[in-house]
Ligand binder design. Structure first.
Ligand SMILES: [Fe+2]
Length: 194
């Protein structure tokens, strides 16, 4: 969160609740002049007032600081629209259902954009009964390797960690319509549509 509560937000919410400056002031124990100052950007409410202020304005503190009501979009989130984040220092990998601020080792990680597989990052899927053997045709050295393979469908994700000492292959259960992702530590995230 980069902002503190703004005067505009207070004013809009106060008016939407049908409260005068004096009424709101009385409810949270400040003067109407103080409210007026906040609303005209000549002062900011002390942090100890955020909770009572949010309560009187019928909103959560987070929403008050954000300046707008937050809808829980995860109710209808689809994992296919999820994002991968990878830490370039420690290799930590995170999958999020929606946009998130993810930081690791002190770095804020950008959501990764997946590229289509290419000649240097090709994949084969071999099906034996109900198992699927995934091979990424890629070197596995300590300097340059595939660090994970994942299969993402609308409602689930399977993620397999790979190690430079091992082979760039794994087994997945490819049930449903989804996409195979894998991550190369040098070239980034790749996607293979099934
Ligand atoms: Fe690579």
């Amino acid at each position: 969160m980069n902002t503190y509560v703004t005067g505009n937000t207070i004013k809009q919410l106060r008016e939407a609740r049908g409260l005068t400056q004096t009424e709101l002031a009385e409810r949270i124990g400040v003067s109407s002049k103080t409210i007026s100052k906040w609303e005209t950007a000549k002062g900011l409410p002390d942090i100890s007032l955020l909770q009572p202020l949010a309560q009187e304005l019928g909103i959560s503190v987070i929403e008050l600081m954000n300046g707008e009501p937050i809808q829980n979009k995860n109710i209808s989130a689809n994992m296919l629209r999820g994002r991968f984040y990878v830490c370039p220092l420690c290799g930590n990998a995170v999958h999020s259902l929606g946009n998130a601020v993810v930081s690791c080792c002190g770095i804020t990680l950008p959501p990764l954009e997946a590229e289509q597989t290419d000649d240097d990052h090709a994949i084969t899927v071999e099906t034996v009964e109900d198992e699927h053997f995934i091979t990424v045709h890629h070197p596995m050295t300590k300097q340059h390797f595939i660090s994970f393979v994942a299969f993402v469908t609308a409602d689930r994700i399977q993620m397999v960690k790979l190690y430079p000492e091992g082979n760039a292959e794994t087994r997945l259960q490819l049930r449903g319509i989804g996409q195979i992702y894998f991550y190369c530590n040098r070239h980034g995230l790749f996607r293979h549509k099934r």
